[in-house]
Design a protein around this ligand. Sequence first.
Ligand SMILES: Nc1ncnc2c1ncn2[C@@H]1O[C@H](COP(=O)(O)OP(=O)(O)OP(=O)(O)O)[C@@H](O)[C@H]1O
Ligand SMILES: [Mg+2]
Length: 454
Amino acid sequence: MRLQSQLWLLFSGLFLIVGFTVYMFVSTMYEQRIKEGYEQLSMTQGASILDQLKSTYPHSQNRSIGYLRRYSEQLEIRLIMLDDDNTVYADSFQQLEEGTALNLAILNKNNFSGSYFTETDSFGYVQYTLIPFETIHRDGSLLMIQEANELYGELTTFRSWMVQTLMIALIFFFVISYFVSNWFTRPIRQIISRMKKITPHTRAFSMKYRSRDEIKELIDATQNMVEELNRYDERQRRFLSTSSHELKTPLTTMQFIIENLPYVRENQELHHEFLQDLTFQVKKMKEMVGQLLQINRIWDQKLQRELINSEDIQEYLLQSFQQISLEKGITIVFELEQIEFVVDRALFLHGIENLLSNAIRYSAEEKTVIVRIKRNNDQMKISVCDHGIGISSEDLPHIFEPFYRSNDATAWNQEGTGLGLAIVKQMVELHKGTIQIDTVQNEGTCFHLILPDS
Ligand SMILES: Nc1ncnc2c1ncn2[C@@H]1O[C@H](COP(=O)(O)OP(=O)(O)OP(=O)(O)O)[C@@H](O)[C@H]1O
Ligand SMILES: [Mg+2]
């Protein structure tokens, strides 16, 4: 069911419940008030009749009957005087014999004084009013019986008036709530229609909305999502064109070498140099394709989290870099706090490997590289610091982009695809961590990875 219809039904349902409650409350109150009015009238009439009757009770029954008949005709009420044991003493209609015991609900209530309304088969609604009295001789009570159809007629008229009013209000509210729910859901329908217009070719979303509410948040979030998608698309496109361009460069070189190889066959030295170049380009391409595959695979694979400690990291890095650090005379210093944490072991070690490889690659010979691991509350901080060429402020915003290599780096070291830090960034993002960099050109660089312990 559409949201608009749901809201419409909800509003109308709520109104129906509220309307019914109001109806019940008002009609009950009205019934009570009107009954109280009838009761008060009967009690006043009864009290003035009793003033006369008390003088004749219990010694002059005939006079009592006379009085009762007179009042009964005047007021159109049947009046019955009862003895203290609730038996008839005198009846204005002279139908009940003296001493007749009456079986009425009102008489069964102890010390009751007031009116009681009930529906009877022969007279319709009837009002019974009982007023106890005392004389110096004996106690008794006056029972007044009168028709109350008029009262119930009044009540029925009032109730039907109320039902009619509520029905008109309900219809009115039904119409109003239709427009209100329509007005409420309009922005959502607009959002949907604009979203439906988004295609791979026209990926744009904009909508004017003034209030600062959840709808505004939804519009902003959708706008951000579309922009993010566009940025992602742009990044993908750039990544693809850069990748193909980067792959084309060694391919062109290889093509050139292969085409010219037959012509240098006589020249042993040149021939050897050509073959070495060819091997270098193949190696570089293989590395590049490997890294590219990894970058694409990382996002799809699920993190295999497991426990790792500082010593594991040290052992792995020593194994991987012993040879190259010896060749370059670089000293790797480990400053480790003995800590354990949970990460995707392979991914994490590959990231740190990339950082240490950079630190060694972009440092001069005989320099020192420091790997520091420590715990900061429930985060762990891994720092890889070198005394190398540093990174200029122009290069710094780009170093995590795939294939980005600074001119300094290319001049310093021909090797490298420019994909290492892109992998590091992916790894850190997957672990919900952050990267900080301190760098001074020609002095050195520190990469700090801050990962939450999970
Ligand atoms: N420790 C460092 N000192 C100086 N420059 C650095 C350092 N680490 C990274 N850079 C700069 O960032 C660029 C990107 O680094 P990245 O590791 O992504 O690629 P790369 O080292 O050139 O190639 P590879 O993909 O083989 O790692 C480098 O080319 C270099 O310009
Ligand atoms: Mg690198």
